[in-house]
Design a binder for this molecule. Sequence first.
Ligand SMILES: O=C(O)c1[nH]c(=O)[nH]c(=O)c1Cl
Length: 314
Amino acid sequence: PNLATTFLDLPLNNPLMNASGVWCSVGSQLEALQESEAGAMVTKSCTLQPRDGNPEPRYRVLNGDKPWGSINSMGLPNEGFAYYLRYTERHDYESKPLFISISGLTLDDNLAMIDSLKDAVTPAILEINLSCPNVPGKAQLGYDFDAMDTLLAEVTSGYGQRALGVKLPPYFDIAHFDEAAAILNRYPSVAFVTCINSIGNALAIDIDSESVIIKPKDGFGGLGGDYVLPTALANVNAFYRRCPEKAIIGCGGVKSGQEAFMHILAGATLVQMGTALYEEGPSIFGRVKAELSEIMEKKGYSSLSQFHGKLKTL
Ligand SMILES: O=C(O)c1[nH]c(=O)[nH]c(=O)c1Cl
């Protein structure tokens, strides 16, 4: 079977990539992704200035020896926009496409980063993070529809209508799928939608210590891993159905070829891995590629297009 695909007219060897925030904050990690079998890669969401982020412990797997996922309240630690802009200038675009994720603390910061990016004329693809759940005092833009609309109006014009994408939080109500998609569809230059970010503000408890397990925000943090797969698939399919002109990138609960296949069936063109990559490292891309290929072989599919978005209903 052939795992090759295209995204915004760029050829990819396969549809697998990292989720922003995982294995992509510093040069050594970015180089490891560059050398890995990932079909594409994305940088850690950055702010205009470098940030230390929240106090540790701020990432944990849940619970015990067979973890079902992760909880994190990193707090947007990153090397600052200039660092990642420099990486976009030294990335090997022949080997795989690069996405750059930005998550400005203010609209002005987002516009400043976008202005620099536009002037840099880089092949890197912009993914704007509207869904960081872990910066104390900062509500997620993805849950404030008016603010999201305003930001997209400013950002798409600031970026000169160049193709870009948004990283959305999970939604849990059909009316919210409808409202979010209606906003996105008003911006043709929003060429892709990445669903989902972690399920925000979950709480993990350790019964031996009778305590929460991460330090920031009294233990509240974003949930990832197996726990979020059904919600991730729902958001991928909901936006796939509502935004026929846009590509969907699936993220959430992918740890093997099985979940990658489900995301593609639900409408994802590319598939991101977060928790599983954090735990296994970049060798995971070779493993999941082989597993996806084996599933396609068994089903008689020779290309992704034969089942992409072809989820059946009853
Ligand atoms: O705490 C974080 O850095 C973080 N953690 C997440 O789970 N999603 C995000 O978008 C971000 Cl920005």
